[in-house]
Design a protein around this ligand. Sequence first.
Ligand code: ADP
Ligand code: MG
Ligand code: MG
Length: 885
Amino acid sequence: MKWVYNFGAGEADGRAGMKDLLGGKGANLAEMAAIGLPVPPGFTLTTEVCTHFYKHDCLYPDDLKEQVAEALRLVEQRAGRRFGDPSNPLLVSVRSGARASMPGMMDTVLNLGLNDKTVEALAKRSGDRRFAFDSYRRFVQMYSDVVLGIELKYFEKLLERAKARRGVKADHELPVEDLEQLVKDYKEVVSQELFWGEDFPDDPEEQLWGAIGAVFGSWMNQRAKTYRHLHDIPETWGTAVNVQAMVFGNMGADCAAGVAFTRNPSDGRKDFYGEFLVNAQGEDVVAGIRTPQELTIKARKSHGSELPSLEETMPSIFRELCAVRQQLETHYKDMQDVEFTIQQGQLYMLQTRTGKRTGHAALQIAVDMAQEGLISKSQALMRLKPELIDQLLHPTLDPQAQKQVITKGLPASPGAAAGKVVFTADEAVRRLKQGEKVLLVRIETSPDDIHGLHAAEGVLTTRGGMTSHAAVVARGMGRPCVAGAGEVQVDYTAKCFTAGDVTVQEGQVVTIDGGTGEVILGEVATVPPQLSGAFATVMAWADEVRTLQVRANAETPNDARQAKEFGAEGIGLVRTEHMFFEGNRIVAMRQMILAADEADRKAALEKLLVMQREDITELFRIMEGRPVTVRLLDPPLHEFLPHSEAEMAQVAKAASVPLSRVRRRAAELHEANPMLGHRGCRLAITYPEICQMQARAIFEAAAEVGKEANRAPVAEVMVPLVATFEELSLLKTVVEQTASEVQKEQKVSINYRVGTMIELPRACLQAGKLAQQADFFSFGTNDLTQTTYGLSRDDAGAFLPEYKAKGIVDTDPFVSLDQEGVGELICVAVERGRNQRDGMKMGICGEHGGDPASIEFFNKVGLDYVSCSPFRVPIARLAAAQAAL
Ligand code: ADP
Ligand code: MG
Ligand code: MG
């Protein structure tokens, strides 16, 4: 069995693709060595050694010692030094490296192999005794800390005392005698602290195995276990150990250590970006012990740094590093994050990996690399996570800004928003009218709060999850939302909320970050979204490859315009009831509901007709010939009636009816289970005049816009919650009659279709029959999920987290479609519907229409379009492209 893989001198046993076996660091060290980059020689103990170690009571494989000895001999040859040699010693670093980078693993030990003898050789050969003893001191401290588990504070105390005695401030001001003494004192501490009375190991061999054992041991420490648990990393993966010849960035002014990104990781520009420190070792740069220097003149100038850049101080090394950058990018075809060290004018590469980047940078880099020909357009598209597009559509917090986070909730709708805190929707509207920016804070929200959500910059709730009313509506409107911030106590009467020991009064400014869930005191600076440039390019490429169309769910002109701007190819769902909550329209709606007889009802409906027609006219105009699907009234009527006695009195007055009638009607309309009650097409069946009014509004709007626009509207009338053929055929007759009336009256012909929402299991099964009547199907996956699971979305919050924790469901079925169950019903409906009506148009208009995993499924089952909230349209376009690739 091969347990050890060598790398160095232009060769390697391993390659980048072997991360499972060699860990990320080891695999990339091998790759860099193999492509001829200057990598100090070394070897990797595989993750299989780790697995073996834990399978066999912490024992190594029998032949490991031998393989390590052999590998070490090869490193000695390549480096031209010998491990433990008193005149020309090889020193090594021992570095852990799991498949995925993992905090909690053992820290790197540098300068291993030093002892009282080898340090003298290092001093002699480098001609710098101070450097040698400083390395020795660091080694004893590092090894004692990470391998022997002795607290750092002992060493720090000794170091402080030495500096105080000398009257100096910085470590490097200590003279060599003091460093020599410190090494002795450090070792003294070790002997005292190791309770079995052992001394610090002087034997390099023992040091090496101690460090290797510590890396494997750290795989099972508590921090690593917790991290694995949180990130679903299996224990069986194991970690690898890298042993590598040391190079020194701290041997004088012609030495340095640094880190670099092959492109700028925050804006993605093709600028070489990095920092270094002259005369430094290891992670001094990252640790921030001195102000680092920039790599390029350009960066130095733009940061106004006084210190010279690498380009200026070591121009030939800089050119060499630029060549490495070039080679790494052409080789890996992605932005790399590298660590390098310069020893006496020689460049060494110590690590490379795919660089982390902001959403912004990811987009820019993907587009640039495709345009440079480094990757294909498809690769660029596949590389972008659709969710990251979401970050780009909203203003986000300026990463440079200071912030005081007071609590955290769920990141329910992305983007950052700041405003004066208000606790009611009305107050939000009132303050907006005065030109103030507000943030709505509620325990939870209901449809009554819509106008407040509209008026507010963002919303914070203390109850409810990612699919709570506030979250869904906020996402739909593109408002940032933090939901379910459980620590926040809202006091509506005192008009304040508290989180921990912070109390915020109405009118005080708070910022929320809907991308992280953070709630921050005061206003934090934001950066605006960027929809041109790379974003536009990626969207255009996505449109070239996708076959699934993307529409938006929208009912207000603003949403429709936004949707069009984001590239929506139509409106897949106009929820007509939303229009009735606006302004004083609710009064007309209530009059209609409270009407004593049909004549009264017709009078109220007349008023509603005017409003509805205006709204739909506007939508048709905005959409310029793209199809607009208008759904007939869906929610149970009692949702429009008030619940409190005081409100009922108000309504009675406004609608000029006796209070008793309001009370009686509210009682009549009360349902035990409204989700399954008198709603959807059942309303239109019992009140056909509502259906007539709505159909008339739609067709009169279509007729009007058809006369004025050069692209005639496409009106799609959609009947919700249909279970049976008879329901649909009855209502279709009503709609068609109205259509022919309007066409006759107006002497026009209207391009319209009548279809149905499929949101009940019965409808899926009966899809063949329904297709005899329906011109199109639109899957209402929210209700279909509720009715398939027998689960109410509003109450699922009580147990879904438990279900997730116990592994009963992987993801919230209201966020990502349950492909196995709900998905099968959709498949059945698609097949039966199209068997009846060849090529029948089918789409989906639930929340799932904006979820990438669900979109992939919808593409697979052959739907024609998805419809989602306007702000998810670009995400859906990208996800649809990825599904097609
Ligand atoms: P991490 O996983 O935390 O990045 P590394 O194994 O990369 O840890 O080691 C941290 C730092 O130690 C590196 O950035 C590098 O500067 C330094 N280092 C590691 N091995 C060597 C070596 N052989 N020679 C010089 N410096 C080294
Ligand atoms: Mg590193
Ligand atoms: Mg529905």
